[in-house]
Design a protein. Structure first.
Lengths: 291, 366
């Protein structure tokens, strides 16, 4: 009887087949097809022609792509620490079992369930010149209004504010879950050990949730490198491409200029950038662990 | 370093539920006191109130003459060993032990000296660079005790510290704790529900039940002269057997009791005028009863189970009227389940309980 459980049979594969079919059709196949496309000259209507690495050469020598990479890196460098820091702050502040904190947890998380169109609509209303909330505030204070969505520098900043507002729920929830895993008696031991609030935070709380902080950082790096919808709807990459992220460059190349091969090449480059960034983050965190 | 602890009229409530009511207790400097009681009797709560981890709803706690119940936990001069040890997982053993002193801004070389000396005492000096995850349960236990020792507290508090160890290790650690107490001479309070720990470690046992102190006294005093039926039942293994008393007449010396299932028994005991007769009973421990040789007159017991422990055997059975009874016999006992045996006992070994559960014992032992 026990033997029949252990024996491997091909019919057992039927049980995992539904998952495998979906996995290969929707993940593995597109991944490799994308790599293949990037080595071909393809437009959306005609067949392909193998051209080796020439698409990559074109992308890497395109100043618009350089600008998009710069924009995206700046965006990630500012938004990810903000999301992690603010998420940590909210999680620490709301790590209580009062009714008020449960309500606020729900409130902060609620923005995450909105679609990008709603989010950008809300923030357009805030940032739009003349009738926008910020414009009204500036008027009341008697200050010169800033064209948040149409000024170089401010446009990317505005996209960042909307993004942090939209994405803060997940980091907060993950960090809250981690905080609640810390056994209460560690804090009691620390209280008997005369540890002040700051010492408890830096020596007990933060080390205990360090793996989750790293996880949140990696998730956010991967997500924020793929910035697209907010930039497209709020600023359309403007002014003068100063808020165009890499994904928007890919979109314009492949679906507006119909140069699918070049778009695929840019996608592969983004894939490599994200992979490197996440690996680097992971390497930094695991290296300190050993030391 | 040891100081007396004075607990005066302590009360603890959780909302409408009162957990401890009007507890008063004096602990001598250097005394080893064990709080013993069933789950939920408030013994851990009382310990945590001394440590400052639970608020006090009434009464005061003093340590070495200074009132401490208004101070934060770290300023009370006590150290606590937790049931789960509560070691900081990301710190090494040395850091775990030194953390409290670091917070007090103790000079680094002084911390190192105290950690080293405590580690040597506890034979964990070779583990100082390890993290808790790399230690066995027994080693973690020692680190937790070491963390308490380096603080040189006026009193040590132990919250069921042995309950996560296996039986063999628990026995050894118990012995080591007793030695540690002798060496440090510190005031120690130890919470447990294990009566063997209580009996072996304590200078004095405090039995808590139903919000109050049921009895306090030296271990043997509690075992031999339990103050109430609850204590008699709770302390001792196997538990004391109880036989209902149906009638009572004064005898020349003491009283003659009509014991259900055992007939008339005369005991040399002085009972007060206020003795409540309805619901009264007598209790006897297994080791105070003995199996009589065949043919000797005694009380018949139908044997159900014989528990052989090697050096002795416990015979579990029932009297004619169905009352359960346990009697101890030698390890070589030939009694088997299904037998009917005759048992006997010295009437003066009996404990008498009135209807309110108060206990009375043979006069000579008083």
């Amino acid at each position: 009887m026990a033997e029949s459980y252990r024996r491997s049979r091909w019919s057992n594969a039927l049980f995992v087949a539904p998952y495998l079919v979906v996995f290969f059709a929707l993940l593995v196949f597109p991944l490799f097809w994308g790599m293949w496309l990037s080595l071909n000259k393809v437009d959306l209507f005609g067949g392909g022609q193998f051209i080796g690495l020439r698409n990559y050469a074109r992308v890497l020598s395109d100043p618009v792509f350089h600008q998009a990479v710069r924009n995206t890196v700046v965006f990630v460098a500012v938004s990810v620490p903000t999301l992690v820091g603010l998420g940590l702050f909210l999680a620490l502040a709301l790590n209580k079992t009062t009714r008020g904190s449960s309500f606020l947890r729900g409130l902060y998380f609620s923005s995450s369930i909105l679609s990008v169109t709603i989010v950008t609509l809300i923030w357009r209303i805030v940032f739009i010149p003349n009738d926008g909330l910020m414009a009204l505030i500036f008027n009341v204070l008697g200050l010169e209004p800033i064209g948040f969505l149409s000024t170089k520098g401010w446009s990317l900043f505005s996209v960042g504010v909307a993004t942090v507002w939209w994405c803060i729920g997940l980091p907060m929830m993950l960090l809250l879950a981690a905080l609640q895993q810390i056994p209460a008696d560690l804090y009691e031991a620390a209280a008997l050990d005369n540890a002040g609030k700051w010492r408890v935070l830096t020596r007990i709380t933060l080390p205990s949730i360090k793996p989750t902080i790293m996880l949140v950082a990696v998730i956010q790096i991967v997500m924020q490198f793929q910035l697209f919808g907010q930039a497209l709807i709020m600023t359309n990459g403007g002014p003068a491409g100063s808020s165009r992220p890499i994904v928007m460059y890919i979109y314009e190349t492949a679906f507006i200029r119909w140069d699918v091969g070049m778009g695929a090449a840019a996608s592969e480059l983004l894939f490599v950038i994200i992979l490197c960034a996440a690996m680097f983050q992971y390497w930094i965190s695991s290296r300190k662990e050993v030391a | 370093m040891s100081a007396p602890i004075e607990i005066a009229n302590i009360t603890k409530r959780y909302g409408a539920l009162t957990v401890l009511e009007d507890i008063t207790l004096h602990i001598e400097p250097g005394e080893f006191v064990v709080f013993l009681g069933p789950s939920g009797c408030g013994k851990s709560t009382l310990l945590r109130m001394i440590a400052g981890l639970e608020a006090v709803d009434g009464g005061t706690i003093s340590l070495g003459g200074e009132r401490i119940d208004t101070l934060p936990p770290g300023k009370r001069g006590v150290a606590m060993v937790f049931q789960s040890y509560a070691l900081y997982p990301h710190m090494t053993v040395a850091q775990n032990m030194g953390f409290g002193l670091e917070n007090l801004k103790t000079p680094k070389n002084e911390i190192a000296r105290r950690v080293q000396s405590a580690a040597e005492t506890l034979e964990i000096a070779h583990l100082l660079d390890r993290k808790p995850a790399k230690l066995s349960g027994g080693q973690r236990q020692r680190v937790a005790i070491g963390r308490a020792i380096v603080k040189e507290p006026q009193a040590f508090l132990f919250d069921e510290p042995l309950s996560n160890l296996d039986a063999a290790l628990r026995g050894r650690t118990r012995l080591e704790l007793a030695q540690l107490h002798q060496r440090l001479g510190a005031t120690m309070i130890f919470v447990t529900h294990d009566q063997v720990e209580a009996m072996t470690l304590a200078d004095r046992i405090v039995i808590l039940n139903d919000r109050r102190i049921e009895q306090m006294g030296a271990p043997m005093e509690i075992y031999q002269r339990p103050a109430t039926k609850f204590v008699a039942q709770f302390v001792g293994s196997p538990a004391m057997c109880f036989l209902p008393v149906t009638g009572m007449t004064d005898a020349a010396q003491g009283v003659t009791l009509d014991v259900e299932g055992a007939g008339k028994i005369e005991i040399d005991v002085r009972l007060p005028a206020g003795f409540r007769r309805d619901g009264a009973s007598v209790g006897i421990r297994a080791e105070d009863a003995k199996v009589l040789d065949r043919g000797q007159p005694g009380i018949a017991v139908g044997v159900k189970v014989v528990e052989r422990l090697g050096d002795r055997a416990f015979i579990y059975g029932t009297l004619d009227n169905g009352t359960e009874f346990v009697v101890e016999d030698s390890g070589r006992s030939t009694v088997a389940s299904g037998d009917v045996i005759q048992i006997g006992f010295d009437p003066n070994a009996l404990h008498i309980f009135d209807g309110d559960g108060r206990a009375y014992h043979h006069s000579e032992e008083a």
